[in-house]
Ligand binder design. Structure first.
Ligand code: FES
Length: 194
């Protein structure tokens, strides 16, 4: 396992322990709809790109898939979610994602190929916990919801951009991906690289 690949089982245990001890705070008050999708055993073993059908993903819904032992989130953002990304750059550590990990096509305000869909590794850039999807929370002024990491209070907006003044050093990572069709994503590979 390489340095940036964090054991999914251990991370989930850490997050579960924090939840069990009540460390999550207000961010878990509203639980958005989350669905899970598991690639085939052969695809997991090979670390191969993962094909995901998103035709039934509803606005606001989060889907979690596993790629190279990482949880990858696919979130269909609502119009309100997209609006929330604007006008709070001063509260962000790296608003233009200049020091963060993403393909060139995701170095934009929404950090995505299509504004409506966010594809992102669900791993906090501090010590690797898995943050909570909290799209409508407002834990402090200037943050209209996004992702909250219960381990040490990391906060990100709905493009995975980290707020100033919290422990994570950079925005969450966007893996290589592209659309095979309007409703099918391939995660783990850039277009034309196969
Ligand atoms: S691991 Fe997320 S804030 Fe520390």
């Amino acid at each position: 396992m390489s340095g940036d690949e964090i054991d999914l089982g251990k991370r989930n245990m850490i997050t579960g322990a924090v939840v069990a001890t009540g460390g999550v705070g207000a961010a878990c008050a509203a639980l958005p709809f989350v669905s899970y999708w598991q690639p085939s055993v052969a695809a997991q073993a090979a670390g191969a790109p993962v094909e995901v059908d998103i035709s039934d993903l509803q606005p606001g819904e989060q889907r979690v898939v596993e790629w190279r032992r990482k949880p990858v989130w696919i979130i269909r953002r609502t119009e309100e979610a997209l609006k929330s990304l604007q006008g709070h750059e001063a509260n962000l550590r790296d608003p233009e994602s200049l020091e963060s990990d993403q393909p060139a096509y995701a170095t934009n305000e929404t950090r995505s190929l299509k504004p409506e869909y966010l594809v992102m590794a669900g791993i906090c850039t501090h010590l690797g916990c898995s943050p909570t999807y909290a799209p409508e929370e407002e834990l402090e002024s200037g943050w209209t919801g996004g992702f909250f990491c219960p381990c040490h209070g990391g906060k990100y907006d709905l493009a995975g951009r980290v707020l100033e003044g919290v422990p994570p050093p950079k925005n969450m990572m966007v893996p290589p991906h592209y659309y095979l069709s309007d409703t099918v994503l391939l995660i783990g590979e850039d277009e034309g690289v196969a």
